[in-house]
Design a protein around this ligand. Structure first.
Ligand code: SER
Length: 455
């Protein structure tokens, strides 16, 4: 099944169950001070859950563009280093606004996975919430009973608040959840250790597919849970991961969601994904980041020096740096990937196609500006780190000198430092005080782990 068919079948299935198929909300959020980017399918329905606005229909389904690069859900630094983390991803979701609840959500999830997508039912596990004394919540017996209609007892597990209670952020709509996991290991491995022992243990082959959230509380700023006016359903299934499973691949990046872009990166650079190592990592970083960048621009967020724009600029620079360092790109290359992206995703997301030229131009300009400082700066920073090899540190002062004398952006120092692990940058910012502009002083201060009051 192609990824386009997989997305289509999801939407058709829920339409056949009385759901209205709605378009994805923009990935960039302009009117919610608690959130810069859409980080879950439910964001656009937050006000309905809270009872602040009335739903237009009782059931909805969609494929939502999400970006997890800031706040409670932030995967940026992990992207590229394995086959399953993303900044931008699509979340397939179905919603009930005070209409159906746990049993239907579970029955339909089961039907879709086993009858439409034809996933082997013996490989599936479900988890339900065990309850929390702290929050005054109890074991989710309703979800457990619903799962026991489909799965044997040893495939229905309980999980704690960390895994089985979903929250949008520190405050806001939340509730117990029931996750569906799949065991992708070969049968001989399964015979040795049952999958039930590996659910939620960070095993690469026993992974979550779908999260069914029973959205019934609002977390208040003081930490208390208040019941929502109605009981709702919010489900989210990672589309790229579902494609990996249904296309029998080892990594999301090997599916047809990414293979077109990775093929182009290979064509432009002369490298092959199969080379492995840093080349493979760089190709994954680029294939992931170009989507985040292009969709943000399509949604009206240009790269800039502040807030959401700064996040996008950092993602773009991370992609350029990987391309430059590991694939030998000395000229803009991200902008050249946009036509392929439009071919892959322009049908499902027409905004991408409509803004293709703008997206290409903005990216090209950003790449050019950044490449000008990259070469020089990276060498200087590496010399600097080598000089301090014993302590593995770069002081705030050195970071400032790189910025001030050589025009090497502080955020890039930060980016490289983050990738080399903690402890690379060191206190020392105070000595740089007074000499650099306020916004860079703030950043040096953050790099050095000094609280950000007056400097
Ligand atoms: N809100 C849940 C999640 O993001 C389910 O959609 O995982």
């Amino acid at each position: 099944m192609t990824s386009k068919e997989i997305r289509q079948k999801y939407l058709e299935f829920f339409a056949s169950k009385g759901h209205t198929v709605v378009p994805s909300a923009p990935m960039v959020i302009k009117n919610d001070p608690t959130l810069m980017f859409t980080n879950a399918g439910m964001n656009q329905f937050k006000d309905i859950f809270l009872g602040n606005s009335a739903p237009k229909f009782p059931r909805a389904a969609d494929s939502q563009k999400c970006l997890r690069v800031s706040g409670k859900h932030n995967d940026l630094e992990a992207v590229g280093h394995d086959g399953r983390h993303h900044t931008m991803f699509e979340m397939l979701g179905n919603w009930s606004f005070g209409d159906y609840f746990k049993t239907e959500a579970i029955d339909w999830a089961w039907e879709l996975l086993t009858e439409v997508y034809k996933i082997d039912r013996t490989k599936l596990y479900a988890t339900v919430f065990e309850g929390s004394e702290e929050d005054g919540t109890e074991l989710d017996t309703e979800a457990r009973a619903a799962w026991l209609k489909h799965l044997p007892e040893d495939h229905v597990l309980t999980g704690n608040k960390h895994d089985n209670f979903w929250e949008m952020g520190d405050t806001g709509p939340c509730g117990p959840c029931s996750e569906i996991h799949i065991d992708l290991r070969p049968d001989e491995e399964i015979a040795k250790i049952p999958g039930s022992k590996l659910v939620n243990t960070d095993n690469d082959e026993v992974i979550e597919i779908w999260n069914l959230v029973f959205m019934q509380y609002n977390r208040l700023a003081d930490g208390h849970l208040e019941p929502l006016p109605a009981k709702n359903i919010d489900t989210g299934m990672g589309f790229e991961r579902l494609c990996m499973i249904l296309q029998n691949k080892k990594s999301n990046y090997e599916t047809d969601v990414f293979s077109g872009i990775i093929g182009k990166v290979g064509e432009f650079s002369g490298h092959k994904y199969a080379e492995g190592g840093d080349v493979e990592v760089a190709m994954r970083v680029i294939a992931d980041h170009i989507r985040a960048i292009a969709f943000s621009i399509a949604d009206g967020q240009l790269p800039s020096n502040v807030k959401a724009g700064y996040v996008i600029r950092r993602i773009l620079r991370r992609a350029v740096r990987y391309g430059y360092t590991f694939l030998g790109f000395g000229e803009p290359f991200l902008c050249r990937l946009v036509p392929q992206l439009v071919e892959d995703m322009g049908e499902a997301y027409p905004e991408l196609k409509a803004q293709q030229k703008l997206i290409e131009n903005v990216i090209r300009e950003e790449e050019n500006a950044f490449l000008r400082t990259l070469d020089k700066g990276i060498r200087m920073l590496e010399d600097n780190m080598a000089k301090n090899a014993a302590t593995k540190t770069v002081s705030g002062v050195d970071a400032f000198v790189l910025y001030d004398t050589y025009g090497f952006p502080i955020d890039l120092t930060q980016l490289i430092a983050e990738e080399k692990g903690p402890g690379v940058l060191q206190r020392g910012a105070r000595q740089a005080e007074g000499a650099c502009p306020q916004r860079h002083r703030e950043r040096i201060r953050r790099l050095d782990g000094i609280p950000s009051r007056r400097m």
